[in-house]
Design a protein around this ligand. Structure first.
Ligand SMILES: [Cu+2]
Length: 161
């Protein structure tokens, strides 16, 4: 159709060419914008992955929580929990675990296999840093509430990949 127009009126040829060039420029512009956007997104993703390792410690926040319920006979049952109950970190990654006590007056704890001990008190923040060099599952155990018989299981899992 464009060729027909051009044949009838040579002036149109210029118009068609100019229009085509504009569209081409528009297409190139859109392509460049899309490419720039994709590049930007990829760099952002790379930064969020490598940046944490380069910047040193990664902070993970946790709280102490409580499940409470009343049985039909009026008996109360409860279970204290770490929340989130499972965290996933990378081997060799420097991790700062910040735990704030919300439920329960005191939770003396240990992290199996990492030689870490501490205590979380209500309304206070306890911070422990660790770096696990061996992949595996490390348990964060409250020594007061280790199982259901002791208002638990207040056990968290640190998965090291
Ligand atoms: Cu506890």
């Amino acid at each position: 159709m464009r060729n027909e127009t051009w044949r009838r009126d040579p002036q149109k040829r210029v118009q068609v060419v100019v229009l085509g060039r504009n569209k081409l420029l528009l297409a190139v512009g859109i392509f460049l914008l899309a490419a720039a956007y994709l590049l930007y997104v990829r760099q952002e993703q790379a930064a969020s992955v490598t940046g944490t390792a380069a910047a040193g410690e990664r902070t993970i926040h946790m709280v102490t929580g409580e499940f409470k319920s009343t049985l039909p006979d009026g008996k109360e049952i409860e279970a204290y929990r770490w929340d989130p109950g499972t965290i996933v970190v990378r081997k060799g990654e420097k991790v700062k675990l910040s735990i704030t006590g919300v439920n329960g007056a005191s939770h003396p704890f240990m992290i199996e296999g990492l030689g870490i001990k501490g205590e979380v008190k209500k309304g206070e923040e306890t911070v422990v840093s660790f770096q696990a060099d061996k992949p595996g599952v490390y348990r964060l155990i409250c020594l007061t509430h280790p199982d259901f018989a002791h208002s638990g299981p207040m056990i968290g899992y640190i998965v090291v990949n």
